[in-house]
Design a protein around this ligand. Structure first.
Ligand SMILES: Nc1ncnc2c1ncn2[C@@H]1O[C@H](COP(=O)(O)OP(=O)(O)OP(=O)(O)O)[C@@H](O)[C@H]1O
Ligand SMILES: [Mg+2]
Length: 458
């Protein structure tokens, strides 16, 4: 694993190359943007706040890897990363999601991320405590053994004390527990369950906020109830460990760190940005699209959004927008919006050669996927290289003749090609099957020739 902090643009591109074929320009742009993040952190503080991220628009037809680049980038960086469709938003004041909700979502995501990291840190400790607690349940410590006085007051309660012969029993039990010999035993466990009444709220704006507030309010109003449950030992251990880690984690620190991470390293991928651009101004849905763009401006430029974890500044969040821009052009975005996305990269339509590479090269290549699937049926699937070439050219032809849906075409072609084998695989146990160019033609050329047929099938 490469250290994310010092990931150079070259390394980012190399990582992306493992999954996305071609599109060098777009990869470079996101790699540089990512590096600039880190550079900014190294700059003296007075200047640091002045350096705004250079937001990017990726432009390209459908199915050429826009979302894929973003998705891979997300896995690569450990920064909070949110992908959202711009077309999901509605203008403030109308029913639907307002644009600020993406900052709230990103913060929520960051909190979960930091929480998971913290949980990992206390995992060992929590497991140890959970084990002790479970042993307490299996072998309850005895209460004080002072003889009861003949009359009058009760003796003061004494703390539980392991009696003399107990430690040994406890250790024996611990050994059994660790060896999994108690896995079938049931124990009674106090499980806390918070009863939150279900309240349906109908409200035009800020529906999510309402939801949050209600949950918090009622959460405190109805204190955590505990309920005795019979659970098996392994599950009990898990529940106890979870409760323990909850207790060990300092939630305030988590929130603080999450907020900082969002502000300093957050990335938002705004998909389908072209859907909120409009080339004719003035009427119908266009008005609301313009509204969404106008709402987006401050968020992209830098504003403060109120989240349930506190105020989050959006000044340094990196925005990567993407869209096919078939109908609308980037210049159809309102000028202020265009100005906030200074970097434009174009992704190119894919051709036969790209398809050959996409089929075979990426770590998650389609051919590899199908081979793995068939391997579960003990069928070894072999693709002759001429077969790959044939598949690629069929996909290209269909793309040209009908809609160009980019690499997604490969999925439909492969499905059709392997339909027969997929169906029969369970009965063909322990054999290998070679897909030849001839087989590809046999299976597909009729369909490709018949335009109507291919419109439906491929
Ligand atoms: N250059 C590429 N290299 C490898 N795989 C690709 C490439 N382009 C597309 N794919 C594959 O094709 C599918 C669709 O790609 P992706 O989701 O990135 O399309 P997109 O460009 O975002 O299209 P849309 O505009 O429709 O959202 C994915 O399964 C992806 O793995
Ligand atoms: Mg996409």
């Amino acid at each position: 694993m490469i250290d994310i902090e010092t990931l150079t643009p070259r390394q980012v591109v190399a990582e992306l190359d493992k999954y996305v074929v071609g599109q060098a320009e777009a990869k470079r742009a996101v790699a540089i943007a990512l590096r600039n993040r880190w550079r900014r952190q190294q700059v003296p503080e007075e200047l640091r706040d002045e350096i705004a991220p250079k937001n990017i628009i990726m432009i390209g037809p459908t199915g050429v890897g826009k979302t894929e680049i973003a998705r891979r980038l997300a896995k690569l960086t450990q920064s909070p990363f949110l992908k959202i469709e711009a077309s999901k938003f509605t203008e403030v004041g109308y029913v639907g999601r307002d644009v600020e909700s993406m900052i709230r979502d990103l913060t929520e995501l960051a909190v979960n991320m930091v929480k998971a990291e913290e949980r990992e840190k206390v995992k060992v400790k929590a497991a140890e405590i959970a084990e002790e607690k479970l042993l307490d349940i299996l072998l309850p410590p005895v209460r004080g053994t002072a003889p009861a006085p003949l009359s009058g007051t009760l003796p003061p309660e004494q703390p539980p004390q392991p009696s003399a012969e107990r430690p040994e029993t406890r250790e024996k039990l611990r050994k059994l527990l660790r060896e999994g010999k108690l896995n079938d035993r049931y124990v009674d466990l106090e499980v806390s369950q918070r009863a939150v009444p279900v309240v349906e709220v109908f409200s035009a704006a800020g529906l999510e906020d309402m939801d949050i507030n209600l949950r918090e309010m009622f959460g405190n109003l109805f204190p955590a109830k505990t309920k005795k449950r019979k659970v098996k030992v392994p599950e009990a251990l898990e529940i106890l460990a979870q409760e323990e880690s909850q207790r060990l984690i300092d939630m305030d620190a988590v929130t603080e760190q999450a907020r900082k991470r969002v502000e300093q390293t957050g990335i938002i991928f705004l998909d389908e940005i072209d859907k909120i651009a409009s080339h004719e101004h003035g009427h119908g849905p266009d008005v609301s699209r313009l509204g969404v763009q106008r709402d987006l401006l401050p968020v992209v430029e830098g504003t403060t959004v109120n989240t349930k974890y506190g105020m989050v500044k959006t000044d340094h969040i990196l925005f990567i927008a993407s869209g096919a821009f078939h109908m609308a052009k980037p210049s159809d975005l309102i000028p202020e919006m265009q100005g906030r996305f200074p970097i434009r990269v174009e992704l190119k339509a894919l051709g036969k050669h790209d398809f050959i590479r996409i089929l075979t090269e990426p770590q998650n290549a389609l051919v590899t996927q199908y081979q793995a699937l068939m391997a579960t049926e003990k069928v070894e699937l072999i693709f002759a290289s001429e077969a790959i070439e044939e598949i690629a050219s069929i996909a290209t032809v269909v793309n040209e003749r009908m809609e160009n849906i980019g690499a997604r075409r490969l999925h439909t072609v492969m499905e059709k090609l392997l339909d027969e084998i997929s169906f029969n695989a369970p009965e063909m146990t322990n054999m290998s099957f070679t897909i030849t160019a001839g087989y590809v033609r046999d299976r597909l050329s009729e369909i490709v020739k018949d335009e109507d047929l291919s419109r439906f099938i491929l």
